[in-house]
Structure formats: C-alpha cells, structure tokens
Design a protein around this ligand. Sequence first.
Ligand code: ASP
Length: 338
Amino acid sequence: MMKPLIHVLALGGTIATRPDPTGAMQMGLGADDLTAAVPKLGNVADIRAETVSRVGSHSLAFDDIHALAGKIRASVADGVVVTQGTDTLEETSFLLDLLLDLGKPVIVTGAMRNPALASPDGPGNLLGAVRVAANPWMRAHARELGVVVVMLDAVFAAADVLKTHPTRIDAFAAPQTGPLAVLVEGRVVPMSLPVRDAVESARNLMGHHFGPAQPVALLWSSLDESDALMRAIAEGQGHLGYRGVVMGAMGGGHLPERTVASARALATRLPTVVSPRAGGGPLLRNTYGGGSSEIALRKAGLIWGGRLHPLKARVLLETCLRAGLARDTIAQVFDAFG
Ligand code: ASP
C-alpha cells in the first residue's frame, strides 16, 4: 500500500532546542533534525521536512501564521504537521483553523520537555502527529475535524485546546470537550467529531482576504480593578495603536461596577469583546440585572464572546479586523460561539 506523503513544517520551540556550551537550551534544530531523530516515521509515511523558522512560539506573530497558512495551502502533501513551541500553540492552531479549510489533515504539535531532559516528549509527539495525519479516519474527516493539536497521544480541536501547565508533560487539554481521538499502540481511536458550525460561519463571514496586522488588547478583569487601562485605550492617542479589545470578564460576563462607564465608552470607539476569564462558556445573556451585568453590557454594545477562552477570542477578533469586518458583523461572528 502506498504511504501518504506528510509535510513536516518546523517553526522552532522547545522541540527544536539544543544545549549551548553553557548548557542553556537554544533554538537550533530544523525539520530535518527532528524527523531524522524519529526513524519510525518512515514506517508510517513518506516525509517531506521543511524548516520555516527557528523561533520560540512566544515570539511568533499573527503575520507568521498567515504566511504559514499560505505554505500549508500550497503543499501538495496528503497531510501537514506543524512543529512549534507550546507557549502559543493554543492560539496559533486556532488561527490556522480559522484560515484553512482543506480536505486534508493539518496537525500542530510540540514538546514540553526539551531534548536534553530525561524522556523528552518531542519525538513521541512528532510520531503521534504524523500517525494522526496519515490515519484514514482523520483523512476522511479532515474538513469536519479542522486543524487539530496532537500532544501526549491525544488529539484536540484547535478551538478548544488549552495549555494548562507551564512544564508538565500532560499540559494540553480541552477542558470543555475532551479529546477528539486518542492514540493507543499506534492506532488512532476516534472519540467524537467537533461541532464546527461557529468556525464555518466565521470563515464565511470573514472571506479570504486579510489585510495587515490589527493589534488587539487583552484586558483581564480582576478583583478591585480600576478602569485605568480601559481609559488609557479609549482616550489615548490613536487608542494606543489598538484596533480592538478583548476583556476576560468575570463569571457569566460581568465587569467591576467601577469600570463599566469606561467599558461602555471603549465599546463605542473600538470593537470590544467580552469573553469568559473562567476559560470556557458560554457566557450568560439574560440573567443578572444592574449596570455591570451581562444584560446591561450587551445593551451598551459590548460584543458577546460566547464560549471562547479570551486568548482564542483575541485571535478571532484580530482575524475579523484583518478581514475588514464592521462591528455588527464581528458581533455576528462571535454570536455563533454561544
Ligand atoms: N518557550 C517555548 C516556546 O513556546 C516553550 C515550548 O516550546 O514549550 O517556544
């Protein structure tokens, strides 16, 4: 039987580090090094390895991921595996998911333990990702699954996966939905297909043309917080360069009472999305009264972020703004997320 061709695109991250003379881990390995270190890949697929960059994912930009999406679209392979740092993997995978609508698997993976540590997870994660990319169920359902993340033998939907720990090997989870599939003995065991309506509706409303970067601020509501940052953005020159704001709001979509006037003012000037700082949703829409409640904030024009984690909401808002969407259409995009 012909093996599928899998294109491995390496961006950098812990998976691609090696020690310098002081013992500190530095970016260094390319896609050839990563794939050569896992000879079993050859049993699963024919591999094309390409080094895109050698940077930590904490330094990636939205533009890098748009360029990566272009490379993935142009790839003639049967499936694509992206290796990168884990710090922003939950954001980059979701952006790829919004940008790509391919009939072939696109997998993002990385490593929590660097190659100099005992039992590094990079080689196992790369092998797992290639197995998932080559798997017939994944290939048959690639469109319905969208971009997925493979870490520690679990397959997660990009819209749901979160990095939940800075160092543990089991750092990745989809707390709201669980994994889509798991890998056991090299077999991909399907568990569920994700609900894709919201991502698909976002794609339809956004279209395919994206302009330059649109900086989006992320503000986190917290106990006894002042409105100083909201005011600084609303009243600052050129809104300090920001084109939109995401607020990680409390509970079902609440902000401290003392910040509400500034939040309302901000929402009249820039698209301002309220998203659950609890990490999942959906937010409430119609339960609590009073000025700082979801009913009042929605009436005041704040965009309701639904079930998306604030980090994912920020990715979606930046993408909507790049697509040139007006406030009401942005609200429609987010509305589909609950
Ligand atoms: N700082 C690293 C990065 O995101 C961490 C990692 O890869 O796990 O690139």
